[in-house]
Design a binder for this molecule. Structure first.
Ligand SMILES: C[S@@+](CC[C@H](N)C(=O)[O-])C[C@H]1O[C@@H](n2cnc3c(N)ncnc32)[C@H](O)[C@@H]1O
Length: 240
């Protein structure tokens, strides 16, 4: 489990390629294009890092709150945005009490163990207002750098996962996939662009079919996603 101390260390070391202000903000463009959030919409940037995505919306007049696991980042974000926004120190989405029209979770889930994705998604669902949407991005299984480093994140040195199976897990946890995109994103720190997958997830309106299922069954779904991701890596290694 990669906890707040782990992420504080990452920020202390200072190699944080996601904080590149010049990175192509494909994620934001897609949200604007597909959702066109109303100015009155309340937005949460979850696992916001330096808060680059949330800041984009803040500067355009939206109400934006931020959430981070790294205490170093929480302090920095409170200095930057604290007069206009709430900055939550969190371990999981359930640490937040407010509800939002739009939740952005960019490049966070590939750092969270797949066994926890189902639980995270359920918690996000609880944070959405009626009609609200969740946008999640992460590494695609065809990301060249993921393959090159055998699934170890170059910036943090820890194991990461691709999020290709997240859509399937989301569908089992009360969401429908309203859009799914793949895009290369150029980040200055890497020679090769990062291949990023984006899901737009909307809560299903009907009652969850598997509500009566024991929690352990749901966990099996999450576990199988880890196996799938690992087997993609193994397959790629064999192909070399
Ligand atoms: C790769 S960075 C992405 C930052 C930002 N979302 C962006 O796209 O620029 C991942 C961020 O997720 C945060 N994080 C990791 N696990 C988290 C968790 N369980 N809850 C909240 N934030 C988390 C890390 O501290 C880090 O800032």
């Amino acid at each position: 489990m990669y906890d707040s101390e782990f992420w504080d260390d990452v920020y202390k070391k200072g190699f944080i390629p996601w904080s590149d202000e010049n990175k192509d903000n494909f994620f934001v463009k897609k949200i604007i294009q597909d959702v066109e959030p109303e100015r009155s919409a309340e937005i949460l940037d979850y696992g916001c890092g330096e808060g680059i995505l949330g800041k984009y919306f803040l500067e355009r007049g939206f109400k934006v709150d931020f959430a981070e696991i790294s205490k170093i980042q929480v302090n920095a974000l409170r200095k930057k945005f604290g007069n206009r926004s709430t900055v939550y120190a969190v371990n999981e989405p359930q640490d937040i009490e407010h509800k939002y029209d739009l939740i952005i979770c960019s490049s966070v889930m590939h750092h969270i163990e797949p066994q926890r994705w189902g639980s995270f998604l359920k918690q996000f669902r609880e944070l959405l207002k009626k009609g609200g949407v969740l946008w999640v991005s992460g590494l695609d299984e065809n990301d060249k750098i993921f393959e090159q480093y055998h699934g170890i994140a170059p910036a943090t040195g820890h194991k990461c996962w691709t999020i290709n199976d997240l859509g399937r897990i989301a569908e089992k946890n009360g969401f429908e996939i309203s859009a799914s995109y793949v895009q290369d994103i150029k980040i200055d720190a890497f020679e090769t662009p990062r291949m990023t997958r984006v899901f737009c997830l909307k809560p299903k309106t009907k009652q969850l079919k598997d509500k009566s299922r024991p929690a352990s069954e749901g966990n099996n779904d999450d576990l199988s996603s880890q196996i799938t991701t690992q087997s993609i890596l193994d397959k790629k290694r064999l192909q070399r």
